[in-house]
Design a protein around this ligand. Structure first.
Ligand code: HBI
Length: 352
C-alpha cells in the first residue's frame, strides 16, 4: 500500500476546467489508486472539488498559464502564490508519504525536488514550453532518473535532452462513456478555447465541407473567441459550453466525428480517447500526442497538419469508419486498468 500525495496544477481549482486534461488525469489516477488500496491525498487551490475525493484546499493567487509565456520569459510568481503555498504545505507533511506526485507544469516543483526528502514524481503534461522549465526538467532528469513522467513518445521528443523518462500513456473510466451507433449530422470540436488549440481550422473545414460544428470547452482566451465569432459569423457553428465528464459524453457521443486541430504539440489528447470511447471517430492533425492515438482509416483519419482541404476530405469520408472499432480500441488500450497498471508500476519503481 502506497501513501501518495498529489499536488495539482496551480492555474485554477480542480473541477473548473482551467487545468484542462490534467484535471481529468489527476482525478482518474486518484480514483484508480484508491480503488487499488493505496491512500491518495490531494493538495489543490481553493474552491477545488472532485466527486467523492477530498482535497486540501490552499489559498493564494493562481499561476499564469504557461501558454502565455514565450520561450525566454522569466519565471514569474504573483504575491501570495498558490503554487508556493501548495509546496510549502507539502514540505510540512512529506514524512507521512511514500511518494509525492507533481501535476503542475511549472518551474518551482522541479526546482524544489532536491530540497525534499520524499521522492517526487513529475507528470509532465505538455510539450516543451520555455527554456527555464526545460532547464529544470533536464536537471531533475539527470539527478533523479525516471522521476520525469510523460504521456507519449511524441511529447517526450519535444524535450530532446530527456534520457531517463517514464512513458505513462493515459486512460479514462470507459464505462462512464456510452457507445453511440446512430450519430446526428453534426461534427464536434472539444478543448480549451485558446490559440494553441487551432479552433479556427475546424471552423474553416466545417464551412468548406458545409457541415454543422458544435464547440465544447472552456473559453480561456476571450479576445481570441470574439475574433473568431466576428471573422466566421457566416459559419454554422454553435458554442455548447464546458461540461463535466458525464454531461460532456452525453453531448458528444452523437457526433459524426470530432476535429482535432492543435497548433502546438499536444502531450496526449484526453478528448480523443473520450470521443473514441463513445464510438465517435477522430479526424486529427498528424502532430504530437494525437498522432499516436488515432489509427488512420480505422478509428479516424490523420491528416497533414494545418491542411484544411485534407480535413474536408476526411469529413466527407467519415462513413468509412466503423464506430464500434473506435469503442473497442479504447477499451483495450486506454482503460483505467491500463493507466493504473502503468502508474502503479512507475510508483513502485520509484518507491525507496
Ligand atoms: N500553466 N503555469 C502553468 N501550470 C500548469 O500546470 C499548467 C499550465 N497551463 C496548462 C496546464 N497546466 C494544463 O491545462 C495542461 O497541462 C493540460
Amino acid at each position: 500500500m502506497l501513501r501518495l500525495l498529489f499536488l495539482s496544477t496551480p492555474v485554477g481549482p480542480l473541477g473548473s476546467g482551467i487545468g484542462g486534461g490534467v484535471e481529468l488525469t489527476l482525478y482518474n489516477l486518484a480514483k484508480e489508486m484508491n480503488k487499488r488500496g493505496h491512500q491518495v491525498k490531494i493538495i489543490a487551490p481553493q474552491q477545488s472539488s472532485l466527486p467523492y475525493i477530498t482535497c486540501q484546499e490552499i489559498p493564494g493567487i493562481w499561476q499564469e498559464m504557461i501558454q502565455s509565456s514565450k520561450r525566454d520569459t522569466p519565471i514569474i510568481f504573483p504575491r501570495n502564490s498558490v503554487l508556493a503555498n501548495m509546496w510549502n504545505s507539502a514540505k510540512k507533511v512529506e514524512d507521512n508519504y511514500d511518494l509525492i506526485v507533481n501535476f503542475a507544469f511549472d518551474w518551482l516543483p522541479l526546482y524544489l525536488t532536491p530540497f525534499f526528502k520524499c521522492t517526487i514524481a513529475h507528470l509532465i503534461s505538455m510539450g516543451s514550453m520555455t527554456e527555464a522549465i526545460d532547464d529544470m526538467i533536464r536537471q531533475v532528469d539527470i539527478s533523479f532518473p525516471y522521476t520525469i513522467g510523460v504521456h507519449t513518445q511524441e511529447q517526450a521528443k519535444t524535450f530532446p535532452f530527456l534520457k531517463n523518462f517514464y512513458i505513462l500513456g493515459n486512460g479514462i473510466d470507459v464505462p462512464l462513456y456510452k457507445f453511440c451507433d446512430n450519430p446526428s449530422n453534426s461534427f464536434s470540436w472539444i478543448g480549451r478555447i485558446s490559440p494553441e488549440k487551432g479552433l479556427e481550422d475546424a471552423i474553416l473545414a466545417a464551412k468548406t465541407a458545409n457541415v454543422k460544428l458544435k464547440i465544447f470547452g472552456k473559453i480561456q482566451d476571450i479576445d481570441y473567441w470574439n475574433n473568431i465569432q466576428t471573422k466566421y459569423s457566416d459559419v454554422d457553428f454553435q458554442y455548447e459550453g464546458f461540461f463535466d465528464t458525464s454531461k460532456l459524453q452525453e453531448k458528444i457521443r452523437v457526433s459524426k466525428a470530432i476535429l482535432v486541430t492543435p497548433k502546438w504539440i499536444e502531450a496526449f489528447g484526453n478528448i480523443i480517447i473520450e470521443s473514441l470511447a463513445c464510438g465517435v471517430p477522430v479526424i486529427a492533425y498528424k502532430r504530437g500526442g494525437p498522432a499516436g492515438l488515432v489509427k488512420n482509416e480505422e478509428t479516424g483519419f490523420l491528416v497533414t497538419p494545418d491542411n484544411i482541404s485534407e480535413l474536408v476530405h476526411a469529413i466527407k469520408n467519415i462513413e468509412k469508419i466503423d464506430r464500434k472499432k473506435c469503442r473497442d480500441y479504447v477499451e483495450i488500450n486506454y482503460s483505467l486498468k491500463v493507466l493504473g497498471d502503468r502508474f502503479e508500476e512507475w510508483m513502485l519503481m520509484l518507491k525507496k
